[in-house]
Design a protein around this ligand. Sequence first.
Ligand code: SF4
Length: 119
Amino acid sequence: MIIMATRKDLEKKLCLKFCTYYKPNKKNEFACMGYHVIKQLLKKGYKIIFTDTKKTIYRKTEELLAKRMCIYCSFYKNDCDFIQQKYASDPCGGFILLGQLLESKLISFDDIVRNVKKL
Ligand code: SF4
């Protein structure tokens, strides 16, 4: 069964739970690329478990995600603390969940790359 998540559902399951930068009472017009990729994966029928496993995201995985996904994110150039501070700050919630799913081998790196929206 394909699960279609509304923006509100996904903000609740993903942003509210995983993202330090998410402000629930603010109108969030733009979404990060992590959010977009997860939305696409759900649309395609991937079973995404929104549980924070606290699994370590290794530097190599962070670098790959930054290089292949974050560069297409609208926050990449000026607004993402994680990128601006060279991984010293938290990434967004989508990045965290995708990193945990990758480290748990529940999705592959190709699954992510195939669903990045290239600007
Ligand atoms: S970590 Fe930053 S650049 Fe990467 S997807 Fe999230 S908001 Fe965008």
